[in-house]
Design a protein around this ligand. Structure first.
Ligand code: M6R
Length: 630
């Protein structure tokens, strides 16, 4: 994954010191990884490198301590793929003489044979990374022209890369190249930049060149020249970007995650705004299909990863209910490798918060190559996915900074629902009266979400209980396992609740479709494994209650998420001695929208349990916000 930023400016320009720009940039790029960070600059025509394990702060401290300043340099924040997070494995990497430095985002799949070859040629590689081979290959091909050396080096790479090279023999330029990882060039006054995304540079310029796969560039103070990997010049437009800087802060909250959970009444409303009228008519800007496209549609695939995949599972139920067209949901990481049946009569819907997830991008490319059209549901407007898809429906959740996806998830559900309504209106499948009821339920959601947030006392009590200490237990905590169960549309929500709790609190939280319990999984149920049961789907309520009875019979403590008007559930669940309330209530809504309301307490459970267990909830261990390698 990893984030890259580089800068070439002149001392006379009004651009601040390059080091300051790059350190600020690394902070903003930390959503791409925060295992280690590093910077290389030219100081008195020599390359100086500082690298530190961990987030940007320790690097920034060291940079400040040594008083590093320069107007040309490259910097990197890493998410470890090959080699543990450590100072040694942090980028930038240097060639043997220390004259060339390189940062890399991506994976070099043939790094082992390249490494062996380089070692046989006498190169000394100091790290365990795949990336380090790049700078040594550049060294091997270097005969006085850095651009040519990079061009020749990348011909030998198999895999994905966005890379930037700096050499002390070429103190006024950087060489950059891109294949399957994003890289953009910012054109400023008195300086030019390169970075993994646009927002990181918006304080310095609004003019950008978007590099495409197979392109490289020489970036100097006074210009940028783009060429392809064969060396032919490529003429590129400079795009004027009108977005605001969009820098977000915690706004008084202790964590971004809590802020983002609490923003959901607004983000849900924003995602609907101007798209739904009170008769239930849906208008989606930019989503116009060619004549006959929808009537010829034979199959819909929905592809996504992680939380967005759970939104996709919800989408499957809704689309099949409303449209009666077969829908298949795939993990993007599996989709392209299973030879899916795709042609122009299939539509692929890709869902992503970041719009940069490598597996989802690869699925889009695969679908388009096989003749299918792709509609992306994306939160980040400037993302690669927004550009790559045939149509994009933006969720309007606003910037999501915490690694755990929360408000993007509920916005994705709204977007999917609006899309399904739009399709079924087009197909004439829904009667006017029903549409009005649905519109009414949709419009009630923001206030309902707010009421869940305002009445979270039972959740807070539950989280204290879930995170209670136990000195006799190796982990120091009483519970190390937790199960989530649900049926129908509660199944994806159970999975999402479990994912959220796992990633934030490190509790081994697992979800099962409740009917599957007795096919093996119930063997894990004990009095030490709380079970969180979801009860929002009336169609399967009776079966769900039977499954709850099965786990109660195995002495598992049961917590239920149920509607406010579900009086009976209190009679089913035995009290837990040291937990005042084990029923978490949500307002009633229609079955299709219940997952949105049920998501909220589960997000809060993850957040407060993580806090109570002393976890870094905004940046949990081993994770990155945006997963940009396959
Ligand atoms: O940016 P995307 O929505 O494509 O990201 C997909 C997943 O990486 C993401 O949802 C991940 O699972 C989150 N950390 C979950 O909270």
């Amino acid at each position: 994954m990893c984030g890259i930023i580089g800068c070439v400016s002149s001392l006379q320009s009004n651009i601040p010191d390059g080091v300051e720009i790059m350190l600020g940039g690394l902070e903003r790029l930390s959503y791409r990884g925060y295992d280690s960070a590093g910077i290389a600059v030219l100081e008195e025509n020599r390359i100086k490198v500082i690298k530190r394990k961990g987030k940007v702060a320790p690097l920034a401290e060291e940079v400040k301590r040594v008083g590093l300043q320069s107007c040309i340099g490259i910097a990197h924040t890493r998410w470890a793929t090959h080699g543990e997070p450590s100072d040694k494995n942090a980028h930038p990497h240097l060639d043997c003489k220390g004259h060339i430095a390189c940062v890399h985002n991506g994976i070099i799949e043939n790094y082992l044979p390249l490494r062996r070859h380089l070692q046989q040629q006498g190169h000394t590689l100091l790290s365990d990374t795949d990336s380090e081979v790049i700078v040594h290959l550049v060294e091997e091909h270097y005969t006085g022209n850095l651009e040519e050396a990079v061009r020749e080096a990348i011909q030998r790479l198999i895999g994905s890369f966005a890379l930037v090279a700096l050499s002390q023999h070429h103190p006024h330029s950087l060489i950059v190249a891109r294949k399957d990882c994003p890289l953009i060039i910012g054109c400023g006054q008195g300086g030019n930049f390169v970075a993994s995304d646009i927002p990181v540079l918006l304080s310095y310029t609004k003019k950008f060149i978007i590099l495409e796969n197979g392109e490289m560039a020489k970036i100097s103070v006074d210009g940028v020249s783009v060429s392809n990997f064969s060396g032919d010049k490529v003429s590129k437009d400079i795009q004027q970007i009108e977005w605001e800087n969009g820098k977000v802060d915690k706004g008084g909250y202790s964590h971004f995650m809590l802020k983002e959970i609490e923003e959901q009444p607004k983000s849900i409303l924003d995602t609907m705004r101007g798209r739904l009228n009170s008769d239930g008519l849906v208008k989606l800007e930019g989503i116009e299909f060619p004549a006959g496209f929808l009537s010829n549609l034979q199959r819909i695939y929905i592809v996504a990863c992680g939380t967005a995949y759970h939104a996709a599972m919800i989408g499957e139920h809704i689309f099949e209910d409303l449209l009666r067209i077969p829908v298949e949901v795939d993990l993007a990481s599996e989709f392209r490798y299973r030879n899916p049946i795709l042609d122009k009569r299939s539509l692929v819907i890709a869902i992503s918060q970041s719009g940069e997830t490598a597996d989802t991008l690869a699925s889009i490319a695969e679908a388009q190559a096989r003749g299918s059209r792709v509609l992306a549901i994306v939160n980040v407007v400037s993302s690669t996915m927004s550009r790559q898809a045939d149509w994009t429906l933006h969720t309007r959740a606003g910037a999501e900074v915490a690694v755990a996806s929360t408000k993007a998830f509920t916005a994705q559900q709204i977007a999917l629902f609006l899309l399904a309504l739009r399709f079924s209106q087009h197909a004439g499948r829904i009667a006017g009266g029903i549409m009005e009821d649905i519109a009414h339920s949709l419009m009630a959601l923001p206030a309902q979400v707010q009421s869940i947030l305002d009445n979270s006392k039972p959740v807070l009590e539950l989280c204290r209980w879930l995170a209670s200490k136990d000195t006799g237990n190796n982990s120091g905590f009483r519970f190390n396992d937790c199960f989530f169960i649900g049926r129908g549309l509660d199944d994806p929500i159970a999975r999402e609740g479990a994912l959220k709790l796992r990633e934030i609190s490190y509790i081994n939280a697992v979800a099962y479709a409740a009917g599957e319990l007795k096919h093996g999984n119930i063997a894990l149920i004990t009095p030490e494994s709380p079970v969180i049961a979801l009860l929002t789907q009336d169609r399967v309520r009776g079966k769900m209650v039977s499954n709850i009875m099965e786990v109660i019979a195995r002495q598992a403590p049961v917590i239920a998420v149920a509607y406010e008007d579900d009086g009976q559930i209190a009679e089913v669940i035995p009290p837990i001695a040291d937990l005042p309330s084990q029923i978490i209530r949500i307002p009633r809504t229609i079955a299709w929208l219940a997952p949105i309301l049920a998501s909220i307490p589960l997000q809060l459970i993850a957040y407060y349990t993580g806090i109570n267990r002393g976890c870094d909830v905004d940046q949990p261990r081993n994770l990155a916000k945006s997963v940009t390698v396959e």
